[in-house]
Design a protein around this ligand. Structure first.
Ligand code: NGQ
Ligand code: ZN
Length: 452
């Protein structure tokens, strides 16, 4: 049993002081505010529920900044994807693990306490399955274990190169499975995470581009009650290709042909018409926004205002991991809406409500649902996942309550993250992960070798 006393904490009922938290087996067993400190370990600062990161491809952290040089013509998402395919061409299992550990460490230092890893790199460099089909899932699980981050592992089903059963390209050889081999992979992934505390495995058809209607239905049937994530409607070309293939826009097609409900997380969902926006909101699916990556890739701007007005739930993900920051994703989401609507405080819920608080609460609720775990609140029965901000930092010292969140999201960012606790264990203190030196050195060696 770990018995903490938190100076300040954001509880479901609001801000509280001197909060006693009892933790056993990684789970919060009791919470009481205005408690006595005696016999308890004091955690100084401002304790928030850790934010879930609902979408990541950790390996892409290894190419962060390497696709920012202008090419011969028309740089786009699609030319970026070519660069990304070349980068993963000869990643070894050791490389995948080293890069994943570094990215996960940065997530913890950046205010995320759990992630959904949308894991599609499955096979050896020549496209053949590893002796253990789930070798790279084992590596992702190992990196999660080393860093301590909470894991929802989403092995990705990838069958084809594009709409209408286009064959996979050479660059996609490491991703591809049929449904039968995918279901073995899923079993392997479940074994891979068995040694981690409280990990969840879900399913992830990569995108409507990468599956057939039949295989999509078969993969969804493998999910049980677990999460189902899919990339959708990120790029205008993808919307046009989907209409050419089916006569429908991607989200409209999905809502008509799949049992979309609270288990689902629709990643990006950038290009929506009003009926699609409402359709996602009423389905209970979470919109999986990745605002920094969507800006980096030139995807477009999500229909944030209409979606929230329709009661839709969102969460945020770091996706390409070009920059890893929980407050940074929330800021970028709000800023994209300000630019779109030429207005301010667009995503705050009502007059007098803090935008930072609205964004944080929203992403906690949607993120927890998308990861399929009992997380996202300092509450009995939930995982003890806490991000504690430095209350003495000059950007926070004179503030209180929701203004702390406004300063975290809009002013100071992840620099004010001081202590991070996951499943009751401290993994970050003084802003640094407890294994930073070794994980960073291994990452640096890996990247130096890959670029040599
Ligand atoms: C991915 N990333 O799977 O990593 C994708 C690019 C694709 C984003 N969509 C590849 N941001 O969608 O085909
Ligand atoms: Zn993605």
């Amino acid at each position: 049993m770990r018995k903490l006393i938190l100076d300040h904490a954001l509880l479901p009922s609001g801000w509280a002081r001197n909060v006693a938290v009892d933790i056993e087996g990684g789970i919060i067993r009791a919470v009481r505010s205005d408690a006595a400190a005696e016999g308890r370990e004091r955690i100084a600062g401002i304790a928030l529920p850790g934010l879930p990161n609902l979408h990541s491809h950790t390996f892409q952290r290894g190419m962060a900044g390497l696709a920012e040089t202008r090419g011969p013509e028309g740089d786009s998402f699609w030319t970026w994807r070519q660069v990304m395919y070349r980068f993963l061409d000869d990643l070894t299992p050791d490389d995948v693990e080293a890069i994943a550990a570094f990215a996960m460490m940065e997530m913890l230092e950046g205010g995320f306490t759990s992630l959904a890893e949308f894991h599609y790199l499955h096979h050896d460099t020549d496209g053949r399955a590893y002796a253990d089909l789930a070798e790279l899932s084992v590596r992702i699980a190992a990196a999660a274990g080393e860093t301590g981050i909470g894991l929802t592992l989403l092995p990705v089903f990838y069958a084809q190169g594009g709409f209408g059963a286009a064959p996979p390209t050479e660059g996609q050889r490491r991703f591809v499975n049929d449904v039968e081999r995918y279901s073995s992979l899923l079993e392997g992934a479940r074994r891979a995470v068995a040694g981690l505390d409280d990990a969840v495995v879900g399913v992830a058809p990569h995108s409507l581009r990468a599956v057939t209607p039949e295989s999509l239905a078969e993969v969804v049937a493998l999910a049980g009650e677990g999460p189902i994530h899919i990339h959708i409607a990120e790029q205008v070309k993808e919307v046009e290709d989907c209409i050419a293939w089916s006569g429908q826009r991607p989200v409209a097609w999905l809502l008509d042909h799949a049992p979309v409900d609270r288990r689902w997380c629709l990643i990006h969902a950038t290009h929506l018409d009003p009926a699609e926006t409402r359709g996602i909101a009423v389905s209970g699916a979470v919109a999986g926004l990745c605002p920094i990556t969507e800006a980096n890739l030139g995807d477009g701007i999500f229909e944030g205002v209409d979606f929230l007005a329709a009661g839709g739930l969102f969460g945020v993900g770091s996706d390409s991991n070009v920059e890893i920051s929980a407050p940074g994703e929330l800021k970028q989401f709000e800023y994209s809406q300000r630019l779109k609507h030429r207005a301010r405080n667009v995503l705050a819920r009502r007059e007098g409500q803090s935008t930072g608080r609205s964004l944080y609460d929203g992403a906690l609720e949607g993120g927890a649902r998308a990861l399929g775990r009992r997380i996202g609140a300092i509450k009995v029965g939930h995982r003890a996942d806490l991000v504690v901000l430095d209350a003495a930092h000059p950007d926070l010292a004179a503030l209180a309550g929701d203004r702390w969140l406004d300063a975290y999201v809009f002013v100071a960012g992840k620099a004010v993250v001081d202590t991070v606790i996951v499943g009751g264990s401290s993994v970050v203190s003084g802003g640094r992960h407890c294994s930073r030196d070794s994980i960073a050195a291994r990452f640096a060696r890996t990247i130096a070798r890959l670029l040599a």
